[in-house]
Design a protein around this ligand. Structure first.
Ligand SMILES: CC(C)(COP(=O)(O)OP(=O)(O)OC[C@H]1O[C@@H](n2cnc3c(N)ncnc32)[C@H](O)[C@@H]1OP(=O)(O)O)[C@@H](O)C(=O)NCCC(=O)NCCS
Length: 148
């Protein structure tokens, strides 16, 4: 669910991160007009660059599609995702109070308590120009290479 819209993941464009034949991550996205929405991003091996690679792939696809805006929503409890996105060029552009509560009426399996025991209520929207995300992702990859 995002902004009141139910997405079917198996109908979306996607990138799968592959490590020696094993799927280690998935990002799905949707291009509408001049906007690309990052609908989902999941890493099965956190902290090894999979999420950064997937975000970079979606930002590249957004550039190729001529999108002027790459955007997404996350929930108010997802502090790790908020850090992840902001360190990769995305900016907070809106808070949608009660959006997760509204989504729960359509999808009752959305829990009441989220990560860190934070009550799950709101959607936080982040956005950036796709090229800005690509630059930030390239910068982080270079920094990680230098630290090895
Ligand atoms: C958010 C999420 C996709 C990030 O994926 P990830 O694979 O852990 O992402 P990365 O490894 O690229 O980056 C995560 C951290 O690991 C560090 N890292 C990246 N590559 C690394 C490497 N080779 N060695 C050590 N650390 C590394 C990065 O510095 C980064 O830290 P930072 O956020 O402080 O900059 C992942 O945490 C996830 O799947 N969360 C659950 C689903 C979710 O909440 N999705 C978002 C919903 S909107």
């Amino acid at each position: 669910m995002s902004r009141g819209r139910l997405h079917a993941a198996d109908h979306l464009a996607a990138f799968i991160a592959d490590d020696a034949g094993h799927a280690v991550g998935l990002a799905t996205y949707s291009v509408v007009g001049k906007d690309t929405e990052l609908v989902s991003i999941d890493s099965l091996v956190e902290g090894r660059g999979v999420g950064t690679a997937l975000l970079g792939a979606v930002a590249s696809a957004a550039c190729a599609a001529g999108s002027r805006r790459l955007w997404l929503v996350t929930s108010n409890d997802n502090l790790d995702a908020l850090r992840f996105y902001q360190r990769r060029g995305l900016r907070l552009v809106a808070v949608h109070p009660g959006a997760v509560d509204a989504a729960r009426t359509l999808k009752p399996q959305i829990p009441v308590l989220g990560s860190h025991g934070i009550p799950l209520h709101d959607e936080i929207e982040l956005a950036a120009e796709p090229a800005a995300v690509l630059r930030a992702v390239s910068g982080r990859r270079a920094a990680e290479r230098d630290s090895m």
